[in-house]
Each structure stands twice: as C-alpha cells, then as structure tokens.
Write a protein that binds this ligand. Sequence first.
Ligand code: HEM
Length: 501
Amino acid sequence: MLEDIFQSPTSVSLFGVFVALLLLHLLYSSFSSQKRPEPLGPRPLPVFGNLFQVDLKRLDQSLFNLSKTYGPVFQVYFGPKKVVVLAGYRTVKEALLNQAEEFGNREITPLFYDFNQGHGIVFSNGDSWKEMRRFALTTLRDFGMGKKMSEEIIIEECGYLIKEMEQYGGEAFNNTQAINYAASNVISALMFKKRFEYKDPVFQTMVEKDNETIRLTGSVSIMIYNLCPWLGPFLKNWRDMMKNIEANKAHLRKLISDLKETLDPEICRCFVDAFLIQKKHLKDFDEKSSHYHDENLLYSVMNLFAAGTDTTATTLKWGLLYMAKFPHIQDRVQEELSRVVGSRQIQTEDRKNLPYTDAVIHETQRFANIGPLAIPHKTTRNVTFQGYFIKKDTTVFPLLTSVLYDENEWESPHSFNPSHFLDDEGKFIRRDAFMPFSAGRRACLGESLAKMELFLFFTSLLQRFHFTPPPGVPEDELDLKPVVGMTLAPKPQQLCAVRRR
Ligand code: HEM
C-alpha cells in the first residue's frame, strides 16, 4: 500500500506538502512556546494537581512560600484547575495597574455564582458589572462617601458603639458583635437610610449570617465544592451557606419593598431610592436600562452590605487587639490624641495633625492583611506578562499577602511597626506597597468610606477607652493567629475597655 502511494507522482508531492506543513507546525509551536513559555510551578499530579503541595488552611502563606521557589509569576493546579499566582508588589502592581484590562475580570467560581447568579458588583463581569460598579461609585459619592454626610453618619454610630462598650464598666467582653453592628449600620444608613438597634434580633441574625458566610467561604470543604460542585448538597458548610443567603435575601427584599412603597422620585433618600429613580428615568430604548432590574438591585445591595461590614469591622477588631497587645504603641496614640484633640469630637480633618495615629491605622491594615488573596481575578484575553503566556479566562490570584509583607518594600514586614508610615521627623508618609484595597479595575470601591470609618471609629474609641487583655492575661498571651475565611479575622477573644480619665 505504501509502495503504491510512493509510486504515484501526485501522491509524492502531496506527501511532501504534508511533511513540510507538519515540520512548519512543529517548528512554529516549539518556537512560540520557547518565546512564550507558561509560568513555572510545582509539578502537578493527575486529577489532584498540586492539592497536596499547598496548605488549604492557610493558602496565602503557602502560595507566598511557593513564590520564593518559582518566582513572582507562577502557576498551581487545584485539581484540574490552573491558577496563575502574582506575587510581590512590583508584579501585582504591573498586572493590576499597567495591564488592568487584561487582568480585570472576576473569576466566578460555582460558589460565587450561587451567591449572585452573575448579577450585582462583586461577582459579575461585562457590561452589567461595569454599569453597576459605576452607578454604585457615583451614588455612594453623591451620598457623601468619604465626605461630610458619611462623616456625620459615622460619628453618630461612634456614639452608639461607645455606649455599648461602656455598659461593661471596664470588665472583659467580646467586642466582635458590637463592632460588626456599628460597621453594618453605616452601610445600612447609606443603602436604606435606616439604622438598627444592636439588640434588634432580625438585624443581629442578618449580620451574623453574613459573617458566617464570609468565614465558611474560606473553608476547605467549600474549596472542594468549587472543584466538584455536584458535591454541594452533601456538604454541610455549603448547605448552611445557601440557607444563610436565602434568609438574607428575604430580609433585603423586604427592606427594598418598603422603600419602593414610599418612593418619592423628588426625594432621593438612599442608594435603593437612587437605583429605583434611575430605573424610572432611563427610557426603554436606552441600552443601559436593561441593567436596572430587581436582581441587580438586590445583589448590589447585598454585595455592598457584606463587603462593607465584615472588612471594616474585622480591621477595627485587629486594631483594638494590637493596641491591647502593644501597650506602648497604644500609649503613644493616646498621648497624641490628648495633645491634639483633647476631649472634643474628632473630625476627619484632624487626621493630618495625627501622624502617629494615622501610621498605626495604616500599619494595622498592612499587618492584619485581611484580604490575603484579594478576590480571584480572571484574564479577559490571552496575555503575555513578564515573558509568560497566560491564556484568556485563566484564574489569577493577586497575592496581597506578598505585597503587604514584601521584603523588598517593608523594613520589618513581619512585625507591627508604625514607623513603616513615618519619616525621620515623625511625619506621615504614604507607601506604594500599601495595597489592602487591591488596585486597578476591580479595586475596592468602598476605600474612601472604609478609611473614614476606620479613622473615626478607632480614634473615638481610643479617646474614651484604654484597651487591655482580661485581668491575669499577659499581653503576649493574646493570640494573633487569624481565623481564616474569605477574610483573615482575629479569633473571638475578650478585651477590657477601661474608661480613660
Ligand atoms: C477595611 C475595609 C476594606 C478592605 C480592606 C477592602 C478590601 C477589598 C478588596 C481586597 C477587594 C478585592 C479587590 C480585587 O479583587 O482586586 C474589595 C472589593 C470590593 N469592595 Fe472592599 N474593602 C473594604 C471595605 C469596603 C467597603 C466599606 C465597601 C462598600 C461600601 C466595599 C465594597 C467593595 C466592593 C463592591 C468590591 C468589589 C469590586 C469589584 O468587583 O468591582 N469594600 N475590597
């Protein structure tokens, strides 16, 4: 048969063309893969990938360690799923800021899809995400995010939080819930123009369910669910989360429908009103109008509520814990507060005259590193990055741990050191590698509100109280190991808030 083929001249030339094409193809692919190699990484096992080489209980740390072997851009396999990890300030900045568009999609894992069905702001992509993010940013700004109006809301809430802490008369208590409620009320005022009593059982349940959801998101069983979604109904954590989400949705729907009933298009009271007015305002032929539907309203509110409560409250809890743990730092903050502000109400404007306190708040955010992996991103197209080829739709982890603890950027990354943010004369200095809110297209949209909240809550509390461990517990026994969820939170523990003279 082969002989027959080689005896016909047409077959010989066809065969020649075939061989030439094959050679060209092989040459091209070896040339292009040489020019554009994929990122390196530990060798994956079939089916399991690198699951046995990473510590799922402290994924950020274990990826940070791998970056020391494989460099700032490397890949790991979670089962069959490939993830590209970006490590170190320079690399994360280069990707998220210089190639913002390419690295700017959100990875929507099965769990994230369960959360929001692709709607809202945090777990969505495309035109709908763009419009919801833009609308949320402008509306929150109109409602004074980072400005006077939100300052008033926060100051009012500081009063309630102080009253709550005063009830304990300096005895040890767990401040977790009170701080969650305070942060939640700030968002609630912006979303619904409503504040809840800390004792309101519906409010309590809602905040607790949000917290539990954020904690469970980082659990090992949920990571496994994301790889094998069919396992969901067999996993208790997943079932609990779905119940929490349904309960919170019902509660938010009720709050939204109350506002719908009393809506007056002439008076915009809050975020929900602004959305409903915008929806009425846009004509059907306007292409944006298709995004202003009930699901986008519900899930955007849900996102802002969850993203705005847990993060800020968690950071504030770390701040108080560090103050109890490092009393010499707390003393310096209180000395500065007494000298500059005295006993009058603190305003955001005071920040520029409180460089040490400002440095302590920044160091709290750096050291606490509450969002260690940001929220996973995805590439929007094929990218060549630092010489590596990364395919469209590849999951990307911008490893914020490696930025906030980058040894090339911070003088003493592994200790709590407010001098990271102070110059030789004690003036506050900004640091480029301070990136707890991430950067670029998907950066936190609540940054200015969060900064204002952290400053006003932290300073108002330290103006009134001295924070200490419970009697008989030495400072070095206070545990700084975090509880790992989607955020890194302090372990629930008791502190005393002792009224200052
Ligand atoms: C200390 C407080 C906060 C920290 C440390 C923080 C941090 C972050 C981080 C790391 C991300 C992910 C960015 C990325 O994927 O690259 C994020 C996203 C987000 N944050 Fe915050 N955040 C805080 C407070 C807030 C507040 C108060 C709000 C709401 C008013 C908020 C709303 C959001 C939203 C909506 C996103 C998703 C943005 C998008 O996908 O386009 N955050 N935040």
